[in-house]
Write a protein that binds this ligand. Structure first.
Ligand code: S3P
Length: 434
């Protein structure tokens, strides 16, 4: 199984772009497939997660032409999908499987959805339960809690659903089902999660209404569906590794161009600024309904802070790299209200505690978070670590390795392909060899 060896080095200097946003790419493919005519998606994420979503639509009769810089999706309209001959394999993607489950619940055909070992361990009841309330017919292991899921398309009705978790995947799954439902679908979350689905629905002309942490959609909307051109912004969650890398490697100065700065995604930016980072946001603009900007990061000394439940949804995917920043910050960083981290690609609280320990960092695990005991004088210990099959853990440990006292080896790094093909090349591009 491939591994990555990271030699300590730096500073990081230069200007880079990062891959297209993974969340937005999934949604751009889905909406383009449901629109009428050919849509053009530029700057898309080439990660395996998104390619699996494209393969799923091809299997349902949608032509998608793939070029390195663009996808052309020949949309078939809301009712134009056809029954796939094989089970749909969503690979490692929670977004792929949960959004497709909602979309497929209202079709007039049968589908089986599955994924890799990690996906088959992750909770699906959070979408299956409300979709069943809408009238969906879904079977799965453990009563529908685990994939594979078998979805028999049915007539759906809109519901008002109060989700126990702040989850854009749950919200988006129900909104996609809501497109096929009779009556209004309304989802209320404990705290607002990322709003890419609401934005792209509006961009395609589908009327969604947002009030606080509730989103409503009229069933079977009419008068929308024209094909669109969409430019996908750079993925803030990919940029995050360099936000932290350039902050912690002394003497660094990195600019990342064209990054999505949707407020529901950039919690890490605010957190790092509160910890003392030097990050400047310039050249703000909007593309396909999403805010975009350039980010400049210069190295800085950090201090530990408290991060409570209210800040978690906006930084949900950035916890592994935040742990790396916290380890070199002065004092404790205390993360609470983050139980959701236990059901990601890995249990990220447990995996980061275990792997950072190998690199000489002391942490205290709690049921809903982690206390990272940081020190400004820290150099990580060069170590042999594993990603636990989690792409964000792999890349976070690689960044830590840049300021270790010896080379580090990270095992199981194939998973980086799910979101950030070419990650190691980007690191090399920025490294000033000494
Ligand atoms: C995503 C939502 C988040 C996030 C995931 C992508 C999305 O998951 O962690 O990486 O694209 O909707 P949850 O909805 O489970 O919080």
């Amino acid at each position: 199984m491939p591994s990555l060896t990271i030699n300590p080095g730096g500073p990081l200097r230069g200007t880079i772009a990062v891959p297209g946003d993974k969340s937005i790419t999934h949604r751009a493919i889905i909406l383009s497939a449901l629109a009428e005519g050919d849509s053009l998606i530029t700057g898309y994420c080439h990660g395996e997660d998104c390619l699996n979503t494209a393969r799923a639509f091809r299997a349902m009769g949608v032509r998608i032409d793939e070029q390195p810089d663009r996808l052309r999706v020949y949309g078939k309209g809301l009712w134009g999908l056809s029954e796939p001959e094989q089970p749909i394999d969503c690979g490692n993607s929670g977004t792929g499987i949960r959004l497709l489950t909602g979309l497929l619940a209202g079709q007039d055909f049968f589908t089986v959805l599955t994924g890799d070992e990690s996906i088959r361990r992750r909770p699906m009841g959070r979408v299956v339960k409300p979709l069943r309330e809408m009238g969906a017919s879904i079977a799965g292991r453990k009563g529908g809690e685990l994939a594979p899921l078998a979805v028999t398309g049915s007539r759906l009705r809109g519901i008002a659903y109060r989700s126990p978790v702040a989850s854009a995947q749950v919200k988006s799954s129900l909104l996609l089902a809501g497109l096929y439902a009779e009556g209004t679908t309304c989802i209320t979350e404990p705290r607002p999660s990322r709003d890419h689905t609401e934005r792209i629905f509006r961009y395609f002309g589908i009327p969604v209404t947002v009030e606080g942490s509730s989103v409503s959609l009229p069933g079977r909307p009419i008068g929308w569906g024209g094909a669109k051109e969409l430019a996908v912004p750079g993925d803030f969650s990919a940029a995050a590794f360099f936000l932290v890398g350039a902050t912690i490697v002394p003497g660094s100065d990195v600019t990342i161009t064209g990054v999505g700065v949707n407020p529901s995604r950039i919690g890490l930016l605010d957190i790092l600024n509160d910890m003392g980072a030097k990050i400047t946001v310039t050249n703000r603009r909007e593309e396909a309904g999403e805010p975009v900007a350039d980010l400049q990061i210069r190295s800085a000394s950090l201090r530990g802070i408290n991060i409570g439940a209210e800040r978690i949804p906006q930084a949900i995917d950035e916890f592994p790299i935040l742990c790396v920043a916290a380890a070199v910050a002065e004092g404790d960083t205390i993360v609470t209200g983050a139980t959701e981290l236990r059901v990601k690609e890995s249990d990220r609280i447990a995996t980061m505690a275990a792997e950072l320990k190998k690199m000489g960092v002391t942490t205290t695990e709690t049921p809903d978070g982690l206390i990272i005991h940081g020190s400004r004088d820290r150099r990580f210990r060069g170590a042999s670590c594993t990603s636990h099959g989690d792409h964000r853990v792999a890349m976070s440990l690689a960044i830590a390795g840049l300021i270790a006292d010896a080379p580090s080896r990270i095992e199981e790094t194939t998973c980086i392909e799910t979101s950030f093909p070419g990650f190691d090349g980007k690191v090399s591009e920025l490294l000033i060899k000494q």
